[in-house]
Design a protein around this ligand. Structure first.
Ligand SMILES: [Mg+2]
Length: 182
């Protein structure tokens, strides 16, 4: 069964720091988690992430009269330490029959997911796919470009909303593929 997922991350050219991950299975089962450990100060300095990703995260305002910045709501149930997210992701994948990982422009997503377990050699040997298939490649093989795929109505850059849209795009590619192979 295919698992469609998306990650949001801070990429500085050297490190991929996971912010959030959303996963949607073909049977509708979902997982969403936000890391409690990403570098909030670095994200605050990153204009694009502040404009596009930060507003989708659970945050709290400083109390009235209190100085300070909006910060990640560490008490929110979606916000978890990386080790806990790693366990949830591993359980989610391992509970999926014949799991395949799929993402859209998937290269960075795969690294962000795999690094939950540490370096590449730490990826659990049993039950976690060693690569993520790319919807862009699937589209290309179906004779489509990314522009031919369904457009996401809302929720852009919320990892779960993006993962749900990955499923929508995959279904579209499936339709085109079965049409052309008939
Ligand atoms: Mg995204």
């Amino acid at each position: 069964m295919r698992i469609f997922y998306d990650t949001e991350f801070h990429d500085d050219g050297t490190t991929i720091d996971l912010i959030s991950i959303g996963m949607v299975r073909e049977d509708g089962t979902e997982l969403y988690a936000v890391s409690s450990e990403f570098d909030q100060a670095a994200v605050r300095r990153h204009g694009w992430l502040m404009a596009n990703v930060w507003p989708t995260l659970p945050t709290i305002e400083p109390a009235r009269g209190e100085r300070g910045l909006t910060r990640l709501d560490l008490a929110h149930p979606d916000v978890r330490p990386r080790a806990q997210i790693a366990r949830l992701v591993a359980d989610f994948i391992r509970s999926t029959p014949n799991p395949e990982l799929w993402a859209y422009y998937s290269a960075y997503d795969h690294v962000a997911l795999a690094q939950l377990f540490g370096p590449m050699s730490n990826l659990p040997a049993v039950g976690i796919p060693m690569q993520t298939d790319d919807l862009v490649t699937a589209a290309k093989l179906a004779g489509l470009t990314p522009h031919d795929l369904p457009k996401q109505a809302d929720g852009h850059h919320n990892a779960l909303a993006d993962a749900r849209h990955n499923l929508v795009m995959a279904r579209h590619i499936d339709t085109v593929t079965s049409r052309t192979t008939r």
